[in-house]
Design a protein around this ligand. Structure first.
Ligand SMILES: Cc1cc2nc3c(=O)[nH]c(=O)nc-3n(C[C@H](O)[C@H](O)[C@H](O)COP(=O)(O)OP(=O)(O)OC[C@H]3O[C@@H](n4cnc5c(N)ncnc54)[C@H](O)[C@@H]3O)c2cc1C
Length: 442
């Protein structure tokens, strides 16, 4: 890197690369990894200071079967196997009765189980350097916060970032906004004008509790009671991760009314009496909870010349069925080969200033938006089902779940868009041996 004086004053360090990725979440790290495996050079900026924070603790722990397939393709599944917790079934109880019990082993695909995987473990596996002949270089700047875009002739040509050592300018053939649901890159590129944010009717309070003794640790549990519901997910640290829905803005109301977390304990005990004792033990103050403001963001256009968005920055999803991490990984895996090819053959360095052609970015969005839309539609359908409060509607919901429960074909149809979009059939030998056995690497 060289230190020069940028227009506007102040000394900035300047550097050039092929691809500058803003954001070191699952999408950004996966893209940096996929690109360097294809021989391209990357600079990745992450605003979080690794010395001050171990990484997001509640976020992104559920990885869908398709996410597991993508991690295998990225060559990191072996590294996270120890840290991953396989989930065998999904159980829904409505009004105290079990209405759905899906066994993942029964699906005829090579990758059929979701896993729980703490995001710090996932991120550090994705961040492992790629070595070997033909590998590109990846420089990670953290903490480094993107604060502006460099532009030339109407196209984005890089990023300005702030670091503890001073400002940095990175010129790149392609800039990627992988900076999450509140993406600054999206705003700076003018793509917020194409974004439609839809708040859902509820927020979710996340908390972790000691794992209730009566439960097996390999199940996702959903408990519904009229219009209220809770998600109970086994966490890799031995606790149960609980997502409790509350009306939009409800937490502020609860807290400003002076209520203690006892109100949540009561609600939890109603939904899951087996977790009542754990709630008494594990939920003592509001600081034991984290709030997720639930909204989906549809961005009509994911790119401008020289820049593209991936992951939550391009499409924020709701937490149902653990879709956010999966789609961030899928974006990275889809984008990398298109960009690597567009930047030139044979691993030759691309002079900065030669931009990835717009057709490539357009093709990337075209290729990915269908899968994202199918996941979003499934999530919104689920969301509506969960919130049906009127007695007749709740009866209808239970009837639908029971119908799905009794039909493996229907289970495949309902879950396939979210869980198995890149489904790969079981290896022939296994299918010939009479159906699914454990073939997955987790
Ligand atoms: C409480 C909670 C629970 C969730 N649970 C699940 C789950 O179980 N399963 C699931 O699949 N998904 C879950 N999600 C969603 C999931 O975390 C996201 O969909 C996923 O992390 C998206 O990955 P990403 O790389 O696109 O963005 P992010 O993971 O948001 O990463 C963006 C990164 O960019 C960095 N950044 C932001 N701005 C800048 C900037 N200006 N300069 C430099 N860096 C910047 C951020 O620090 C961050 O590291 C959850 C989300 C929350 C909030």
């Amino acid at each position: 890197m060289s230190a020069e004086t940028p227009p506007g004053g102040g000394r900035a360090t300047r550097t050039e690369t092929e691809v500058c990725v803003v954001g070191g979440g699952p999408g950004g790290r996966a893209l940096a990894r996929a690109l360097t495996r294809l021989g391209r050079d990357v600079v990745l900026l992450e605003k979080r200071d690794p010395a001050k924070s171990a990484g997001p603790s509640f976020r992104g722990e559920s990885v869908s079967p398709d996410g597991v397939r993508l991690l295998d393709g990225l060559g990191v599944l072996g590294r996270v196997r120890e840290a991953a917790h396989r989930v065998d079934r999904l159980e829904i109880q409505d009004a105290g009765r079990k209405v759905l019990d899906v066994r993942f082993a029964g699906f005829p695909y090579a990758y059929r189980h979701p896993v729980e995987l703490a995001q710090p473990a996932l991120l550090s596996a994705l961040a492992e350097p790629v070595r070997g002949p033909g590998a590109g270089r990846c420089a990670v700047l953290e903490p480094a916060t993107a604060v502006g875009l460099l532009r030339k002739d109407g196209a984005v040509t890089g990023v300005r970032a702030g670091t503890p050592e001073g400002p940095v300018e990175i010129r790149a053939a392609l800039t990627v906004g992988a900076d999450g649901r509140y993406s600054a890159v999206r705003r700076m590129a003018g793509l917020d004008a194409h974004a439609r944010r839809t708040p859902l009717e509820r927020d979710v309070i996340w908390l972790k509790l000691p794992f209730p003794e009566a439960w097996d640790r390999r199940a996702y549990r959903v408990r519904i009671s009229r219009g209220s519901h809770g998600l109970f997910l086994p966490s890799t640290d031995g606790t149960v991760r609980v997502g409790l829905n509350i009306p939009k803005g409800g937490l502020r109301k609860l807290r400003s009314g002076g209520a203690g977390p006892g109100v949540l304990r009561e609600r939890l005990a109603k939904l899951a009496p087996e977790a009542a004792e754990a709630a008494r033990e594990g939920l003592r103050t509001w600081s034991d909870t984290a709030l997720l403001d639930i909204f989906t963001t549809e961005v009509a256009r994911w790119w401008v010349p020289g820049l593209v968005l991936i992951g939550d920055a391009a499409h924020t999803l709701s937490p149902i069925l653990g879709q956010g991490v999966n789609h961030a990984l899928a974006d990275a895996v889809a984008l990398a080969p298109l960009v690597a090819e567009a930047l030139g053959s044979g691993g030759a360095p691309t002079p900065a200033g030669v931009r990835a052609p717009a057709g490539v970015l357009e093709a990337f969005q075209r290729g990915r938006k269908g899968d994202v839309a199918r996941s979003r539609a499934l999530q919104l359908r689920q969301e509506r089902m969960f919130t049906l409060a009127a007695p007749a509607a709740a009866v209808l919901r239970r009837t639908v779940y029971r119908a799905v429960n009794s039909s493996p074909a229907l289970q495949r149809r309902v879950l396939a868009p979210a869980y198995f979009p890149g489904r790969r059939p079981l290896p022939r030998t296994e299918a010939a041996a009479g159906g699914p056995r454990e073939a997955e690497p987790v």
